[in-house]
Design a protein around this ligand. Structure first.
Ligand code: ATP
Ligand code: MG
Length: 557
């Protein structure tokens, strides 16, 4: 094995310190989503980080649904979340857990705290609790229920569980410190009454644990060694530590926070995306303009490109925002050598080769990827009539235009040199046909060295061409104005975020494209057959990314 020269991030350093000092035998991490929506690129970071750490330290990775809040959760999301994580390549093996399976143990844990005099039942209303809590500058006030005896607390808590109280009538609070400078430590609520049906436990419970109580218990039950979460939980860490300490777990898990991944000018908030979906501004949660995992997959991103992206982002303690261009860089790099380079004409006009025999078709050999021989070759039919891009012909070319114009010669990719002899316009003055002559000596691969041309253009044969639709995407929001409207907080949408181009012509090999198959369309970008709308007789391709970029990787520290 080669020595690793990569420097370790702060989480790895903390884990190694714990191993060295004997606090941790098995590194065990988890990804704990609430099943209340689709996962996005930010979650991918958390998934790959947790999975990567478990793998690196020969530990275990737990997939756990944090389904302790019956109001927002839906089973439909459980499946979509698992599919996304599987696709990303994070393998949880048989370690799939549901926090709701621990409700019994959480109840017991609460009883234990009551018995220790560390929790009490309170009948303050939600408003009163808020009022008693104080503010950042003012300390809180003692809850009049705080001095209730253990026996009475046990009885009341049991009554809460047995359904004797209405929602909001009683809560269980931790007894910590109403004067703590950390508001989270001012006797936080541990359990509330909620007469609701839970997707897993049905009507078995009418009390539900609060996140800050449930989460450390879930981690401890599963033997999680390092509970990695995002920065907004930093202030909750003292409570996390309090819970695992008071419950006297033998190997208490350690919480470590890192900064969330934000993408510049990209919408990730569930609330906003929900609205876009409901108002049919986007085509569902997997609309290729979104950055949910399902959307990225549909657009044509690969797990490898996302893994690379997450790696490049690194882990940090400071919030910052990453350019979408970096994600594009990663997919370009990933597909460059892996995908075939096909010829597809997006905005076709006809090219007629006047001196090519009518009715003749020859099959030209084309390398699928000049930089990767392993991808093999294919045959492309070539005949008298072809399609070329409208922009590859100009009647009156500007300087440095090396494509077709009257009298100029170019190479047709994988084929011959053709020289423009004339062209035809329709009644409105649009060019509809370009006429050329070809030179049979100049066949690609024939070793012809007689003369050179400055331009090479792509084409598709008329004979056997496959008609398809291309969807060209731009940012969903207006980058100039920024994501949010300063006045009303609404989104500044880009009206041109989707351009649908119908009537494109592709070479015959594209006819086989199945959902998620992707290609480079030469000179145009990387494209992927749309998983929802592409049909064998009506192919639809999403542009994943264009070929060119001015993006440079941020120099490594
Ligand atoms: P909410 O809690 O508002 O429903 P959420 O995005 O936090 O939304 P969770 O299901 O709670 O959704 O998230 C699961 C895990 O993913 C958490 O550990 C969370 O910290 C992490 N996570 C969420 N957003 C990001 C992000 N942008 N970058 C990195 N990790 C994230
Ligand atoms: Mg959350």
């Amino acid at each position: 094995m080669e020595d690793e020269v990569v420097s370790k991030n702060f989480i790895e350093q903390a884990i190694e310190e714990d191993i060295r000092e004997g606090h941790c035998e098995t590194v065990r991490t988890r990804f704990p989503p609430e099943p209340n929506g689709y996962l996005h690129i930010g979650h991918a970071k958390s998934i790959l980080l947790n999975y990567g750490l478990a793998k690196k330290y020969h530990g275990e990775f737990n997939m756990r649904f944090d389904d302790t809040n019956p109001t927002k959760e839906k089973t439909e999301f459980v499946e979509s979340i698992l599919e996304d994580i599987r696709w990303l390549g994070a393998d949880w093996g048989d370690r799939l857990f549901f926090a709701s399976d621990y409700f019994g143990q959480m109840y017991e844990a609460a009883v234990k705290l009551i018995k220790k005099g560390k929790a009490y039942v309170s009948d303050l209303t939600a408003d009163q609790i808020r009022e008693y809590r104080g503010t950042l500058t003012e300390s809180g006030k003692e809850d009049p229920n705080a001095w209730r005896g253990v026996e009475e607390n046990l009885r009341l808590f049991e009554e809460m569980k047995d359904g004797k109280y209405q929602d909001g009538e009683m809560v269980l609070r931790a007894r910590i410190d109403m004067a703590s400078p950390n508001i989270n430590m001012r006797d936080p609520v541990l359990y509330r009454v909620a007469h609701m049906t839970h997707h897993n436990t049905g009507d078995r419970w009418c009390i539900y644990p609060m996140y800050d109580f449930a989460h450390p218990i879930e981690d401890a039950i599963e033997g999680v060694s390092h509970s990695i979460c995002t920065l907004e939980f930093e202030d909750h860490r003292p409570l996390y530590d309090w819970v695992v300490r008071e419950l006297e777990y033998e190997r208490p898990p350690r919480q470590i926070e890192f900064a969330k991944l934000y993408l510049t000018n990209v919408v990730t908030g569930k609330r906003y995306i929900k609205k876009l979906v409901e108002e049919k501004i986007v085509d569902g949660w997997d609309d290729p303009r979104l950055v949910s995992i399902a959307a990225l997959r549909r657009r044509g991103f690969t797990p490898e490109s996302i893994q690379r992206f997450v790696e490049l982002c690194g882990v940090s303690k400071a919030n910052s925002s990453v350019d979408y261009a970096m994600l594009e860089y990663c997919i370009r790099e990933d597909l460059k050598l892996k995908r075939s380079r096909m010829m597809v004409v997006l905005d076709p006009i006809k090219l007629v080769i006047d001196n090519y025999p009518e009715g003749r078709v020859e099959y030209l050999d084309a390398a699928n990827n000049l930089e990767n021989e392993e991808l093999g070759t294919r045959k492309i039919p070539f005949g008298r009539e072809l399609y070329i891009e409208r922009e590859d012909f100009m009647e009156e070319p500007p300087k440095k235009y090396f494509r077709l114009f009257p009298g100029n010669e170019v190479r047709l990719m994988h084929a011959y040199f053709v020289k423009c002899e004339s062209f035809r316009k329709d009644a409105d003055g649009n060019v509809v046909e370009v006429h050329c002559t070809y030179d049979p000596e100049t066949k690609a691969g024939s070793g012809f060295t007689g003369r050179k041309v400055k331009g090479t253009i792509h084409w598709a044969p008329v004979e056997g061409a496959v008609q398809c639709e291309a969807r060209l995407y731009e940012n969903l929001v207006d980058e100039e104005k920024g994501v949010y409207n300063k006045e009303d907080g609404s989104l500044n949408l880009n009206p041109d975020s989707l351009k649908i181009v119908k009537g494109c012509y592709a070479e015959p090999a594209l006819a086989e494209a199945k959902p998620y198959d992707s290609y480079q369309f030469v000179r145009q970008g990387f494209f992927c057959a749309d998983a929802k709308d592409s049909k064998p007789d009506a192919l639809v391709f999403n542009r994943i990314v264009s070929l060119k970029s001015s993006y440079k990787l941020p120099t490594q520290k």
